[in-house]
Design a protein around this ligand. Structure first.
Ligand code: NAD
Ligand code: DAU
Length: 342
């Protein structure tokens, strides 16, 4: 039996990870610690809620007492809880510093005291900053990519708070000898993603025949990875990663935002005339691209889901689960989003 403490398990990636763990590891015991912020949703886990190997605890990762109590008996921490949305961090950054920095420190201190076997800190490619623009379709193999040696240069309050948490996690390894692994992944998509993020926002807005707001010229480039590939990467890092090592994960699918949106519209059979170029995101990073060769060599990990197949599956999931996203989009948070962004 391995006892996993998953933080942020009611969020997008965390809920997919818990389901994947339960499906693939019969001896896994999982404790999900989540504060249920606007982004946390237990409806993403209703199908596993009664599994005797799964327990949910509503707690804030900044609450040292609650965190110390739940850490007792944990073998592996998979730390995903975070404020995760760049746009929100531009409007209000204090929750990002609190959860992403203080929350991570609280967990690290408790894990050290409890003597856990391994702490996997789930981070992001955004800590590397941005790369110069290039057309994803030009096929230039010499275009720069983020490697684990790329200097840390975050440019949004979100990525700055994640970078701070990465440094803390690695400092616990260097100073205290704690067994820490850091993962940095590109943009995820898939089922149960909160519709504030590009792909679920565009799918659900298109289904509602709303305007599709593309920031600026829409030529910003992201690398897109299916959430299950990220989950497999997190577990590969937990199983086989080196202590104190960092691993990049990417989907080998660089796309402009406009290309992503037009692909989704084609799958949905919807016209492109609802696309509207709107005010750009302040400090918008031009391009991200991931070199995941270290993960391939050391963990035996490569992405398995192709972009087209992943998009088809994701669109299908939102078509089949209107209750999940309609409820999310009618909540108080969504009203706040409309006030901020129209
Ligand atoms: P999400 O916003 O969907 O979920 C975050 C979860 O954390 C929510 O369930 C929320 O309730 C919980 N949470 C927030 N503050 C908390 C607190 N103080 N205490 C306890 N729980 C709290 O995020 P996500 O997209 O699933 O991302 C998960 C992790 O993966 C984050 O650390 C993020 O930085 C990282 N990441 C995300 C992506 C991506 O594309 N979504 C890519 C790379 C890395
Ligand atoms: O790269 C990994 C990161 O990916 C994660 O660390 C973050 O948690 C995750 O939110 C994501 O950050 P992005 O800012 O890249 O994701 P988002 O979906 O918000 O935006 C993707 C791109 O689409 C970005 O260039 C901004 C643009 N965009 C986004 C929205 C919501 C639009 O053009 N219109 C929109 O309405």
């Amino acid at each position: 039996m391995t006892r996993y403490l998953v933080t942020g398990g009611a969020g997008f990636i965390g809920s997919n990870l818990i389901r994947h763990l339960l499906e693939t590891r019969p001896t896994a015991e999982i404790v999900n610690v989540d504060a249920l912020t606007y982004a946390g949703n237990l409806e993403s886990l209703t199908d596993v809620a009664d599994d005797p190997r799964y327990t949910f605890l509503r707690a804030d990762i900044c609450d040292a007492e609650a965190v110390a109590a739940v850490m007792d008996g944990t073998d592996v921490v998979l730390h995903l809880a975070a404020e995760s949305h760049v746009d929100r961090s531009i409007v209000s950054d204090a929750p990002f510093v609190r959860t992403n920095v203080l929350g991570t420190q609280t967990l690290l201190a408790a894990a050290l005291a409890a003597g856990v076997d391994r702490f996997v800190h789930v981070s992001t490619d955004e800590v590397y900053g941005e790369l110069p623009w290039r057309d994803p379709d030009d096929g230039d193999p010499s275009a720069p990519m983020f490697t684990e040696e790329t200097p840390i240069a975050p440019r949004s309050p979100y990525s700055a708070s994640k970078a701070a948490s990465d440094h803390l996690a690695l400092a616990y390894h260097h100073t205290h000898g704690m067994d820490v692994v850091v993962t940095r992944c590109s943009n995820n998509y898939g089922p149960y993603q909160f519709p504030e993020k590009l792909i679920p926002l565009m799918i659900t807005h298109a289904l509602e025949d709303r305007v599709l707001p593309v920031y600026g010229d829409g030529l910003y480039v992201r690398d897109w990875i299916h959430v299950l590939d990220h989950c497999r990467g997190i577990l590969a890092a937990a199983d086989r990663g080196g202590a104190g090592r960092v691993y990049n994960f990417g989907g080998d699918a660089e796309k402009t935002n406009l290309a992503v949106v037009t692909t989704l519209l084609a799958i949905l059979g919807k016209p492109t005339d609802r696309i509207e170029h709107v005010k750009d995101r302040p400090g918008h990073d031009r391009r991200y691209a991931i070199d995941f060769s270290r993960a391939a060599e050391e963990l035996g990990w490569t992405p398995q889901v192709g972009f087209e197949d992943g998009m088809q599956d994701t669109v299908r999931w939102y078509l089949e689960n209107p209750t999940w996203w309609e409820r999310v989009k009618s909540g108080a948070y969504w009203e706040w989003m409309k006030e901020q962004y129209g």
